[in-house]
Design a protein around this ligand. Sequence first.
Ligand SMILES: C[S@@+](CC[C@H](N)C(=O)[O-])C[C@H]1O[C@@H](n2cnc3c(N)ncnc32)[C@H](O)[C@@H]1O
Length: 510
Amino acid sequence: MNLTELVALQSTLNEALDAIQAEIRNDGLPELSTTSQEPHPLDHSNASTSPRLYEARRLALGKPFLCTFGYLSDEVIHRSEYHFVSAASIGQLKNLLQVPYEKVVEQSCAVYDTSCLDIFVKTGIVDALAETPHSATGLHVLELQKQLDLPAPKLRTVMRYLACQGWVHETQEDVFTLNRPALELRKGNNGRKWVLTPGKPKVASSLLDVITHPQWKHSRSPKETAFQLSHKTPLTLFAYLKQNPAELKQWASSVRSLGDVYQPAIVNDYPWKRLGPRTIVDVGGGQGNLSISLAKCLPECNFVIQDLPEVVPIAQGNIDRDIPELAEEGRIVVEAHNFFHTQPRSSEDIVYMFRYILHDWPEADCITILKNTKAAAGRRSKILIVEYVSTPSTISSTPSGDTISLSDLSATSHSHSHSNSNGVINGNGNGVVKTKSKAYRSITAPAYVPANFGANAKMHLALGVHMMGVFNALERSLTEWQEIIEAAGLKISGVYSLRASVSVIECELA
Ligand SMILES: C[S@@+](CC[C@H](N)C(=O)[O-])C[C@H]1O[C@@H](n2cnc3c(N)ncnc32)[C@H](O)[C@@H]1O
C-alpha cells in the first residue's frame, strides 16, 4: 500500500521535534510545558533562539499547544513530556486526516474563536485567573461568577472552548487555570495590546458585501473598503482614527506590539553595521520604536522619525522617556512629514526605512510613496522595506534541487551578532544570515509541506485579509514587491530572511 504523503509528513514532524529537543538540551533551556505558570525563554523573541531551533519550530509549529493526535506513532507521542500541534507538518496532517464535514463546521464557527477570546480578556477572566493566589490550582466557574458577576453556565461553555484551544487548563471539572500561551494576554504584554484593538469582527462582517459590491468590487481605493461599509463612514482608517483619539491610541499600541515582537530579529539579523555612519529616515515611523532600538546599538548613525502630525507627540514622548540623552545630542529627531509629499531629507548616502508601511497601500500609492523617496535619494542610498514576503502555497511531492533542510543547519548557541551578515537572495526570499558562530540558511519546505509552510503562514495571511478589508491593501509576494519597486525607478539589491516572518527588502536607485 502506498502511504507516501502520510509517511513524509510524519518523518518531517519527527525530524523537527528531534531538532527542537536537541536544541533545548544543548542550550540548557527549561522543560517546555503548556500548563506552565511561567513564560518560557522561547516565548520572548525569535532572535534569542538558535537558527536551527527557529527553523525546526517553523517547520513543526505555529503556536505550541497540547497535541491530541492519537494516530501519530507512539514513539512520537511518548518520546517527550511536551507535545505540539504543529503548523506546518501537523497542519498538513490535519488537512489530510480530518473528516471534511467536521472541517466545514469547525471553520464556519471560527468567528467564535475571536468572540470567546474577547470575552476571556475583556470581562476580566484573564486578570482574575492571573491574580488569584490559587493560580496553580485554578478558579471554579462559580468563583468567577461571584468575582465578575457573570453567569457560570455560560462561562463554562466559553471556558471549555478556550481549553480546547490551549488557552486554559481544566484542572478538575469546572476549575480552570491559565495555560502558558494565555500569559501573553496579561496586562502589559504585547498579546494584550493586540487583542484589545477593536474592529476586526466588524470589518470581517462586511467583507462579503464589499467583494460583491457593484461599484466597489474592483476598487483599489482605501476609501472603498469593508472598513467604510462596516463603520458607516466615508473616511479612511487613518482619517477616522484622527477623529477618534482613544481608538488611535489603542490602534497605535497594537501596531507597536506587532513591531516589538520581531524587533530583536530585525535588529540582529540585518547587517546594519555594514551601512557605516549614515542618517536613517524612518518613514511613517509611528511611535519610533524601531529607530529607538537601532539608535541604541548604532552609535555612528543619526535617526529621523517621520509621521503624521498627530503621531509625532507619541514618538517624541517615547524618545524622551527611553533615550533622552540621544535626543539631546540631536542623534534622533521626530518630524511631521506626509509621505505623499516630496521627501525633505536628502543626501548622497541617506537610508530610508519603511516598516509595515507599504502593505497598507494599494500599488499606485506605494509607487507614489517610493517615487517621492527616490527623488530625494542619492547614488549610495539604501531603501529598506521591512515587510512580510508572501510565498505561494504550492506543494511539491518531491524536494527541489536546492532544498535546504534542518540537517544542513548545525546546532548553534544563542549568541548572534548583527555585525557580520551578508545576505544572499533566492527567489522565495530565503536568504543566508551569518551569525557569530555559523552561517545559517532558512530552510525550504520539504515534500508535502506547502512552500509557505502552510498553517505557519496563517498569521500573516490573516493580516493580509485584514489589510484588504481596511485599506484595499495586501501582503505581497517577491514578484509583486519587485513590480512596485521597479515601477518607482528602484531595484532590489538584497532580500534578507530574518528569524521572524518579516524580511528586509534592500533597494537602491535603478
Ligand atoms: C502600520 S503603522 C507602522 C508604523 C511603524 N513604521 C512601525 O513599524 O511601527 C503605519 C504608520 O504610517 C503612518 N502614516 C499613515 N499615513 C501617512 C502619511 N500620509 N504620511 C506619513 N505617515 C503616514 C501612520 O500614522 C502609522 O504610524
